[in-house]
Ligand binder design. Structure first.
Ligand code: CAA
Length: 379
């Protein structure tokens, strides 16, 4: 066992850190305030290869491992979690499943532009009545000749209006429960496809989260991924990896808040010395540093297991559960270290606290992660 990153990993980490500082930091407060999608920034992320990091080069990807991906996610999330969630969804929830289970024709047509960042993808599982209870899909896909006809509503869709390619989970045979769920590649913008209003959120305000409505939307049969009935397994397997990305996002948010609190504590003076010289602050920094390191080990371990081809479903759930709690705890304490300055936008930590909260909710709430973990323990 060793805990060292390779030269390649360090290079990815450096590149992501540099990108976050030079491209994401400028304007991040304004984008949050105005709930503005980081369009130009995401475009540059695509040009630099951040949107298809793990996809094979023959499909326009970076051919990198999952460790590289979590390192990049961590660095981008320190600064702008609205941008990093686009990256996470495109890499883990869209490209991964297409590469693993898509046909050669689907990969040529859809994976290549997604991996190169030419277009963005979205993953459409959640519905108004099917969030944690994901088997209760109401969206239907009925076979009619060489097309399926999609009807239904999807909720909380990240990249909802900026995506061009949507992976849609839908019921093809309601009598079969979760074994009657299938997955389709849908090109956005067609007849009957409506993007609802952008959600006005607590955090990750720049990310464009929308409902999507389908009324008799036609999807060609060749756009089904795998066989009919494969959709739920596809979604669960996809989320196993997605949770590593969100765990890395939570880790980055926590680490970003900690770095700000540490720097501030050395500058800010109270009672004649920097506040970092007071034990009350030192203990907070010690707790932050320790829990962040523990979260980092869980995240890297889950990524490593995935790279080894081992089962990582429980490790990814543990990483997300723990890292998202650390993100909440650390961001709240980072505000406390900043005192009144932490409560205003200029110092960034209040945004990081608001951004942290979603990591306990999306891609499976903390309660769902505990279901996954306990089933793993008890099986
Ligand atoms: N990995 C692989 N397969 C899994 C799995 C996993 N983690 N969890 C369940 N499955 C399989 C089961 O083995 C079972 O398959 P078989 O019937 O072939 O044996 C099947 O799925 C059904 O499983 P359960 O009987 O356990 O189903 P359940 O209804 O009791 O519980 C659940 C399933 C784990 C709670 C699941 O519904 C779940 O994960 N819910 C949360 C959904 C979620 O994470 N949504 C996030 C939305 S996406 C998002 O947030 C994206 C974004 O934009 C950022």
């Amino acid at each position: 066992m060793h805990f060292q990153l390779t030269e390649e990993h360090l290079a990815v980490q450096d590149a992501a850190r540099e990108f976050a500082k030079t491209e994401l930091l400028p304007g991040v407060i304004e984008r949050d305030t105005e709930a503005k999608f980081p369009k130009e920034q995401v475009q540059k992320m695509g040009e630099l290869g951040f949107l298809g990091m793990m996809v094979k080069p023959k499909y326009n990807g970076g051919g990198m491992d999952t460790i590289s991906y979590v390192l990049a996610m961590e660095e981008l999330s320190k600064i702008d979690a609205s941008a990093s969630v686009c990256m996470s969804v495109n890499n883990s929830l869209v490209c991964w499943g297409l590469e693993k289970y898509g046909s050669e024709a689907q990969k040529e047509k859809y994976l290549k532009p997604l991996a190169s960042g030419e277009v963005l993808g979205a993953f459409c599982l959640s519905e108004p009545e099917a969030g944690s209870d994901a088997t209760s899909q109401q969206t239907s896909a009925e076979l009619s000749g060489d097309h399926y006809i999609l009807n239904g509503t999807k909720n909380w869709i990240t990249n909802g209006s900026s995506a061009s390619i949507y992976l849609v989970i839908a019921q093809t045979d309601a009598s079969k429960g979760h074994k009657g769920i299938s997955v389709f590649i849908l090109e956005g913008g067609g007849e009957g496809f409506v993007v609802g209003k952008k959600e006005d959120k607590l955090g990750i305000r720049g990310s464009d989260t929308h409902s999507l409505m389908f009324t008799d939307v036609k999807v060609p049969v060749e756009n089904r991924i795998g066989e009919e009935g494969f959709g739920f397994t596809f979604a669960m397997e996809t989320l196993n990896g997605g949770r590593i990305g969100i765990a890395a996002q939570a880790l980055g948010i926590a680490a970003g808040a900690y770095e700000l609190a540490l720097a501030y504590s050395k500058e800010r003076k109270a009672f004649g010395k920097p506040i970092s010289q007071h034990q009350a602050i030192q203990f907070k920094l010690a707790d932050m540093a320790t829990t962040i390191e523990a979260a980092r080990l869980l995240v890297y371990k889950a990524a490593w297991l995935k790279d080894q081809g081992e089962d990582y479903s429980h490790a990814s759930a543990m990483a997300k559960l723990y890292a998202s709690q650390v993100a909440m705890d650390v961001t709240i304490e980072a505000i406390q270290v900043h005192g009144g300055y932490g409560y205003v936008k200029e110092y960034h930590v209040e945004r990081l606290m608001r951004d942290a909260k979603i990591t306990q909710i999306y891609e499976g709430t903390s309660e769902i992660q505990k279901i996954v973990i306990s089933r793993g323990i008890l099986r």
